[in-house]
Write a protein of this length. Structure first.
Length: 285
């Protein structure tokens, strides 16, 4: 029950440092009722011919609505750490993650405690004219691009903490935010860059969040006739889409601020060559 792996392909499991165990990886992803956008990041290729190991790095939307069966599946993954990138407003809206036995939960908000609370109230409750005012004429996409750039530039301490934790002991790990698309998407992308994953593969994994069954469920006040009209949904699309231009904006922000990815990892995230090598040993085949 892992995403995107050909049936019969072996998977190496077991905590890094111990003898890995070869397992068969089924070709279908789990049917989780209350958790959106779950997938195993394993299998992505690096520039030096290696691949991300299966069963060590997962991503998803929030776990607050996980059913009993969902929780049982997540518990079966042998997770060491769940990184939750939601802020206070998110947790108030959706609730805390379900508790998984023996799993460490680390909350590292990648946006301010009430970031966008007024904006998101407008998204949920605003009428058509109000939505046009804040989202029309490319304003929705521009907001997303600005957010991606800001997270990369300003949340270096949080991303440094995640990468150091993964290099030390925190795998298998699951990263999530609310939808599992933006804050988790950036954090997964940063991790994959540190592993040397091919840039195109990083973007392709990010874009998988557009699959219908993975997308965040938009909830609006009012009747379906007025709250979910084609124009309303078109206005909201930029907020709930995974668009390559968003992630590319984050990459551009890295290059504009630090010059290149290696300098970003070394200076921005304080990732030494030794730590980066430990990270690769834990997460790559």
């Amino acid at each position: 029950m892992v995403v995107g792996v050909p049936a019969g392909e072996p998977r190496r499991r077991g905590r890094p440092g111990g003898a890995p165990v070869t397992q068969q990886v089924p070709s279908t992803e789990p049917e989780l009722a209350g958790v959106r956008n779950f997938r195993d990041v394993g299998g992505l290729p690096t520039t030096d011919g290696r691949r991300v190991r299966y069963g060590v790095l997962f991503r998803s939307g929030h776990l607050a609505h996980a059913t009993e069966d969902d929780a049982a599946f997540l518990a079966s993954l042998g997770l060491h750490t769940v990184f939750d990138f939601r802020n206070t407003a998110d947790q108030r809206l959706e609730g805390p993650d379900v508790e998984l036995p023996g799993v460490r939960n680390v909350n590292l908000p990648l946006s301010d405690p009430a970031d966008g609370a007024e904006f998101w109230t407008m998204v949920r409750d605003g009428d058509l004219d109000q939505l046009r005012a804040i989202l029309d004429d490319g304003k929705g996409a521009a907001r997303m691009i600005a957010s991606y750039r800001k997270i990369v530039r300003e949340r270096t301490a949080e991303h440094s903490r995640v990468l150091h934790a993964l290099a030390d002991d925190s795998v298998p790990a699951l990263m999530h935010c609310a939808a599992g698309k933006d804050r988790a998407g950036i954090s997964i992308a940063v991790t994959l860059l540190a592993l040397g994953v091919e840039r195109d593969a990083v973007v392709a994994d990010y874009l998988e969040s557009n699959a219908t069954h993975r997308r965040y469920k938009v909830r609006r006040s009012g009747s379906a006739d007025s709250a979910y009209t084609p124009e309303v949904m078109e206005l909201l699309d930029p907020l709930f889409d995974a668009r390559a231009e968003y992630l590319e904006a984050a990459f551009e922000s890295i290059e504009e601020t630090w010059g290149d990815v290696d300098t970003y990892l070394r200076q921005g995230l304080d990732l030494s060559p030794g730590t980066r090598e430990r990270l690769r040993e834990r997460l790559l085949d």
